[in-house]
Design a protein around this ligand. Sequence first.
Ligand SMILES: C[S@@+](CC[C@H](N)C(=O)[O-])C[C@H]1O[C@@H](n2cnc3c(N)ncnc32)[C@H](O)[C@@H]1O
Length: 214
Amino acid sequence: MVTTRWYNLGRADVKNIGMKTYKEIEGYFNFYDLYDNIYNIYKSKENVIFVELGVWMGKSIIYMGNKLKEDKSNIKLFAVDNFVGSQNPNPKGEVQITKKVSIEKYGGNFYKQYNQNVIDCGVRNYIIDIQKPSLEAVNDFEDNSIDFIFIDGDHHYNAVSKDFKVWYPKIKNGGVMAGHDITHQGVKRALEEFCKKNNIDYKLVSKSSWKIKK
Ligand SMILES: C[S@@+](CC[C@H](N)C(=O)[O-])C[C@H]1O[C@@H](n2cnc3c(N)ncnc32)[C@H](O)[C@@H]1O
């Protein structure tokens, strides 16, 4: 399990350069208050695990990574991404890759650029990358092991429905599952169905985000 095996590898022997800030990184981050609130709730707790599913160029996870760095926090912050974009077909049946043009610019896989951003922002030692598709990465976590997950991966209905189904059992009782872009029809429909099926409620937070307390 990555949650135990990687604990000692997370703070690898990487020099923190710290020349850039998250503000200079391309991305979709507009959930600052959610990240601030979550961090404040968990910062003084023990054995805390955070996951961001879908990190793109790292903007939002670097923001959280900075908080860990400022406090020399022991929170384990995992970045899950396939680093090749969404592979789901769009309504025309074409394979759609998120930000196709940008991804092509990086030769089809943008991990190198993401990693460089993390290094340049000085938080390499505070983020543990899992370079896998969501449905594979989830197997690296034990049930009831995650305190907070932010789901910002594939926004297509089928994909996000599966993400909710497989990641929810990984969250501790009392933990939080949240995500981005409820304005996307696929996300909204999947979330409403998931909540109805499990008899739970979600709250709207941070502009276009949502959260569920387990
Ligand atoms: C909207 S971006 C994330 C933005 C980022 N959180 C931010 O605020 O800047 C979506 C990301 O999800 C990733 N993604 C899409 N489908 C995925 C999958 N099945 N497994 C893992 N990552 C996936 C894409 O590669 C992309 O980096």
